[in-house]
Design a protein around this ligand. Structure first.
Ligand SMILES: [Zn+2]
Ligand SMILES: [Zn+2]
Length: 255
C-alpha cells in the first residue's frame, strides 16, 4: 500500500505540496511582504520634487507620499505576486509619516492580505532648480516693453497692460518653459522676467512673438567663464504696441 501524501502541518491530502507543506500553510509561515527599514524621503519644500538615487525628479508632484515613494522600502518575497497595493497615512508630523500598507498578494496560487506599518521620515531639501531660483541665479531675461516710440502711455497703465499680456502668455506656455521662470521685476518701462535656463526663455519669447505678431530682439552679454567656456546672459526684448492688446482683450470680452 502506498502512503498518501499529506501536508505535514495541516494534514490536508488534496493539495500540491512543496517540501511536504501545502501552499496555504507555507503562506502562513512565510514573510510575504515586509518593510526592510525605516525609510526617508527627500522632498524639495518648494516644488515637491523627490531626490531618488542622487537625482531629482517629479517636480510639481503632490506632497502626499505615494506607492512610488514607498516601493523602495518594501521587501517582497520572490514567489509573491502583488495584485493590489494601498497606502494609508495614519499619523503625520512635520517631518514624519506613519503609514499602513495593505497588500493583496498571491503566493503559490493562494491569495493573502498583508498589512505592514511603515514610518517614513521626510527630509526637506531644496532641489538644485529651486536653490538656483532662490539664489537669484539666471541666464536669460525676457523684457516686456511698450513700443519704443510711444510716449503717450503712462507707466502704471503700461505695466498693467503688459501684466495682462504676461498672465495670458504664462497660461498658454508649456510647463517646461514656466518651470524655468524664476522671478519678475517691475520697472517704470515694463517688466523683466528672469529665467534659469536660456532655451525655455527663447521658446517663450518666440511664442510671444508669434502669438502677438510683434518683433523680438535678442542680445547677449558675457557674464563669466565656467569650465573654460564663456558664459552669456541673453536678453529677449518684446515690444507690445498698445492697440493689439486692446483689440485682443475686447475680442475676448465680447465672447
Ligand atoms: Zn497545510
Ligand atoms: Zn524644487
Amino acid at each position: 500500500m502506498e502512503a498518501a501524501e499529506f501536508c505535514v502541518l495541516c494534514g490536508a491530502t488534496d493539495r500540491p505540496l512543496v517540501e511536504g507543506v501545502c501552499a496555504s500553510c507555507a503562506a502562513d509561515r512565510t514573510v510575504l511582504v515586509s518593510a526592510c527599514r525605516q525609510g526617508s524621503v527627500t522632498i524639495c519644500p518648494h516644488c515637491a520634487a523627490r531626490e531618488v538615487r542622487g537625482h531629482w525628479e517629479r517636480a510639481g508632484a503632490s506632497r502626499v507620499l505615494t506607492a512610488e515613494d514607498l516601493a523602495p522600502f518594501l521587501e517582497i518575497h520572490p514567489e509573491v505576486g502583488v495584485r493590489r497595493t494601498q497606502w494609508d497615512e495614519v499619523a503625520a508630523t512635520a517631518n514624519q509619516r506613519e503609514l499602513v500598507g495593505r497588500f493583496h498578494v498571491a503566493f503559490r496560487g493562494v491569495l493573502r492580505d498583508v498589512e505592514i506599518p511603515l514610518t517614513v521620515r521626510i527630509v526637506s531639501h531644496s532641489c538644485p532648480d529651486c536653490s538656483r531660483k532662490s539664489g537669484r541665479y539666471y541666464t536669460a531675461i525676457l523684457q516686456l516693453r511698450g513700443p519704443a516710440d510711444d510716449r503717450g502711455e503712462k507707466a502704471p497703465a503700461l505695466r498693467a497692460r503688459l501684466d495682462r499680456i504676461w498672465t495670458e502668455l504664462v497660461r498658454e506656455a508649456r510647463a517646461d518653459w514656466r518651470n524655468a521662470l524664476s522671478w519678475r521685476e517691475e520697472l517704470p518701462e515694463g517688466w523683466d522676467c528672469y529665467f534659469t535656463e536660456t532655451l525655455p526663455a527663447r521658446s517663450f519669447a518666440k511664442f510671444a512673438k508669434q502669438r502677438y505678431g510683434i518683433p523680438m530682439k535678442e542680445s547677449a552679454s558675457l557674464f563669466g567663464r565656467k569650465n573654460g567656456q564663456e558664459v552669456y546672459r541673453v536678453t529677449f526684448c518684446l515690444r507690445f504696441p498698445r492697440d493689439r492688446d486692446g483689440s485682443a482683450a475686447r475680442a475676448e470680452d465680447s465672447r
